[in-house]
Design a protein around this ligand. Sequence first.
Ligand SMILES: [Zn+2]
Length: 304
Amino acid sequence: MGYNLALIIEDEEKLLSGDFKATFQLCADSCAKLVNLPENCFASIYIVNDAAIKNLNREHRSIDEATDVLSFPSLELTEADFLKLNKEQKAKEWDIQQNAYFLGDIIVSFETAQHQAKRFGHNLERELCYLLVHGIFHLLGFDHIEKRDKEIMRKNEELALNEVMFKENEKAMIQKAWDMLEFSYVPYSNYRVCACILTKSGKMYTGNNIENASYGLTICAERTAVFKAVSSGDRDIIAIAIVSDGIAPWPCGACRQVLLEFAEDMHVVIAWGKDKGNREYSTLKELLPKSFSPLLNVEKRFME
Ligand SMILES: [Zn+2]
């Protein structure tokens, strides 16, 4: 698949202490995947202090202050559309060593990122990822001057960051689900399933299938988990992991519809088998195409 967007990370002042490199690359991968990047590309990201970004702002934008992120695109792309570029311009940015097109530079102020993370009440890694993703979408030709463009850019940023969060938590989600599998109540089918939901807050909620002597009252693991999250006031669902020591535990139709109520773009991973060895991925969109979604309902209300 042509989703290749390599990052070259420059941290001359050694401001990054943790291992951000793998996470940054995950951010780039998610952005590339979202826009279906048709060509091999690379970009440079410079982690600098406030003084350095202030200088760049003065030099290039006549603004005498430090900002969080700056992007300098080298290709004049519109929403990652390579077909619209002319040949000469494209050829100019081909890098033989990287075997890829150079998209441009992203400058991130580490100090401003620290301040903003504190102000928004989330961790530094999340803030840095947001700034990086924002910068990458600018390099890919997204913008936020017009309201409509801003909505598109914001939506893509959110989807990219959600995928990064899912990938970073996937292992823990699956493990948590396996740990709770024994709580399934399945005297009739003997088919044990446990689900684990991840929300934007970083919290996880597990749920098991619970059967009933009156078969129709049985509830699936996925719905148990969703209802736990929602009834805890946590509705921003990003992903669900579903495990079973039986056959592949793809969610049933009813659960797909219930999941859709809270996140159309949810990531789904299933793991199964006696040796826990099987794994498969999907998204709710793939599992429930052409759906009756809560968004449709809202539109209908406006029509009446
Ligand atoms: Zn179900």
